[in-house]
Design a protein around this ligand. Sequence first.
Ligand code: SAM
Length: 235
Amino acid sequence: MTQTVPTRHPQTEPGSGLARQISKMAISKFIARQSAKPNGLFGRLIFGRLLNRANTSVNQLVYDSLAHDAKSRLLEIGFGGGDLLFRIARSLSGGRVDGVDVSAEMLANARGKVSRMGLEDTVKLQLGSVDSLPFSEATFDCACSVHTIYFWPDLIAGLRELARVIKPGGRLVLGFSSGTALIEDGYTDRGFRAYSRQQLADACLACGFVADGLATTGRKRGGRIYVYSGTRKCD
Ligand SMILES: C[S@@+](CC[C@H](N)C(=O)[O-])C[C@H]1O[C@@H](n2cnc3c(N)ncnc32)[C@H](O)[C@@H]1O
């Protein structure tokens, strides 16, 4: 009796170099998609926590650069897992922090935390995108965002919206990976838009912000993470 043995190409056998490379590529693409807009069960249950863990030091640096006070009105764009948002919330007394994110899962997670912590008067969250913010002109003392500029539909449109809603003399703080690091690590092949420090500073200046600082969290995974801070020019 003859037996049929399923044939497999040796190079795509599980565990072979090619199979490993293909699954690595699929995982990288999945993570890139989740970074741009966390979704599904993975987004809701896991990805927010991963973001919080990975971005603690840049969030701390952004927090320090805000230099806000307890009564300030702040805005965070793309709060993700909420590490920075809740750091800010805990520092307020009479102030308020608004958050806007395009991900319904991140919004639901953060809203759950707001009600568990009884922060309804301090934290207000909405679904939305940086290029069309649901706020009136000159609403905020400070606005911030970490690891989101790569996903904005248009950098200039986003910065113009931020300039519109930040008060003259108010502050903008942005945490981001250098363009070189994103290119080297292959993120630009997965849809991330990369900006150099100079490109970002020039774009901010063109949209009404004067740079007053550029800090770095140091070398991480082959590239630097920077924190730009700028002041909204008075008209
Ligand atoms: C890589 S995660 C960073 C999350 C968090 N800021 C952190 O550093 O851990 C990017 C976040 O930005 C959000 N996002 C992407 N594009 C956005 C946009 N156009 N406007 C507002 N939020 C956006 C995503 O949904 C996601 O929560």
